[in-house]
Ligand binder design. Structure first.
Ligand code: SAM
Ligand code: SF4
Length: 339
């Protein structure tokens, strides 16, 4: 298959890897900078990349357009914190106009959403995933090192008012920080039509030891929730490419999902590629292999050649992680990849 890519001048409008997985979803990190410092994500004294190493607005649009030509149809903007990127609204607007991109979503901590939800929605953003690990303001400040829970709640409200739906809430379950709060978080789905997803902590680079000692498996989280709130039922019609299979508590408006990257990886249905803020195509969240797109673009490589190079690189997307064998991604922490 790889030889076919090389021998035809016509570039196939799809990226298929060595395992036959069709890659149609690109997560784009707009910046490695964040306005918070979540304990499991980055150290308090994190240093960020110099601006010149990051993709410019035009470079982001060029690369996304190129990826759309190769069959990418869904884009998620992430970071760091994507809303701190200057011109984020304009970037969304331009991506929304790229032929072939049918869906633009964002993963955000929502601190700035009260101001930005409406303009982002008008620019073409369709959905947001909002990170919220606790409903206790003091704990929130502790986990994020200085964040304000009120701002996040105001951000969620603004997202709803702007019509960004469905609202998905991401809660990373961290032992000793918020594992005692999963029932309270799950209860939110009783009254609100939110999709709450409990995420297993993943180990990365300098933060790996902490993540390994504080990981809580999804099975434990589910048991804890069901022991208090009763059994939850699987929601029919689940898209197998969505890593969180949804469940519903009796009478609940929203759903509960579990993203069990550590204990039950979902690699067979993976359709994702990641573009880091410094312009590297990361083939798997939990493996270090990357392909540099930005350098050849800056050096003037023809876009047709670059597309061939991307097809070749993506062909070698690894099957999945090797955490059970002790292989931990070292080159970046989560905020430098985008989650
Ligand atoms: N700043 C945005 C936010 O927090 O939503 C977007 C970037 S953040 C890196 C994306 C997601 O990754 C968030 O939901 C965050 O909680 C999660 N995350 C960060 N570090 C993680 C880790 N070590 N394991 C699992 N999830 C992690
Ligand atoms: Fe920032 Fe998101 Fe990482 Fe928290 S999880 S430090 S909000 S990038």
């Amino acid at each position: 298959m790889k030889e076919q890519h090389r021998s035809t001048s016509e570039i196939p409008a799809q990226i298929i890897d060595q395992f036959g997985r069709r890659l149609t979803y690109l997560r784009v990190s707009l910046t490695d900078v964040c306005n918070l410092r979540c304990v499991y994500c980055m150290p308090e004294d994190m240093t960020f990349r110099p601006r010149r190493e990051l993709m410019s607005d035009d470079e982001i649009i060029t690369i996304v357009r190129l990826m759309a030509d190769l069959g990418i149809n869904k884009v998620r903007l992430t970071g760091g914190e994507p809303t701190v990127r200057p011109n984020v609204v304009e970037i969304v607007r331009q991506i929304a106009h790229i032929p072939g991109i049918h869906d633009i979503a964002m993963t955000t901590n929502a601190i700035l959403l009260a101001q930005l939800a409406e303009p982002l929605a008008r620019a073409g953003l369709r959905r947001v995933n909002i990170s919220l690990d606790t409903l206790d303001p003091k704990k929130f400040r502790f986990i994020t090192r200085w964040g304000s829970l009120d701002k996040v709640l105001a951000g969620i409200e603004a997202a709803e008012a702007a019509g960004l739906r469905p609202i998905k809430i991401n809660a990373v379950v961290t032992r000793g920080f918020n594992d005692d709060e999963v029932v309270e978080l799950a209860k939110l789905t009783l009254d609100r039509a939110w999709d709450i997803r409990f995420i297993e902590l993943m180990p990365f680079g300098s933060e790996a030891n902490f993540a390994q000692s504080a990981v809580v498996r999804s099975a434990e989280t589910q048991e804890k929730i069901e022991s208090v709130l009763g059994p939850m039922q699987p929601v029919p019609g689940h898209d197998p490419r969505d890593p969180a299979r949804p469940f519903r508590l009796a009478g609940a408006r929203g759903t509960i999902g579990f993203i069990s990257s550590v204990s039950e990886p979902f690699c067979d249905s993976c359709n994702r590629l990641r573009l880091t803020a410094d312009g590297k195509l990361r083939l798997c969240l939990l493996r270090d292999g990357e392909f540099d797109i930005l350098t050849p673009l800056r050096e003037g490589m023809k876009l047709t050649e670059l597309k061939h190079a991307i097809l070749d690189a993506a062909y070698y997307k690894p099957w999945g992680h090797q955490l059970p064998d002790g292989v931990i991604p070292q080159s970046r922490v989560m905020s430098q990849i985008g989650g």
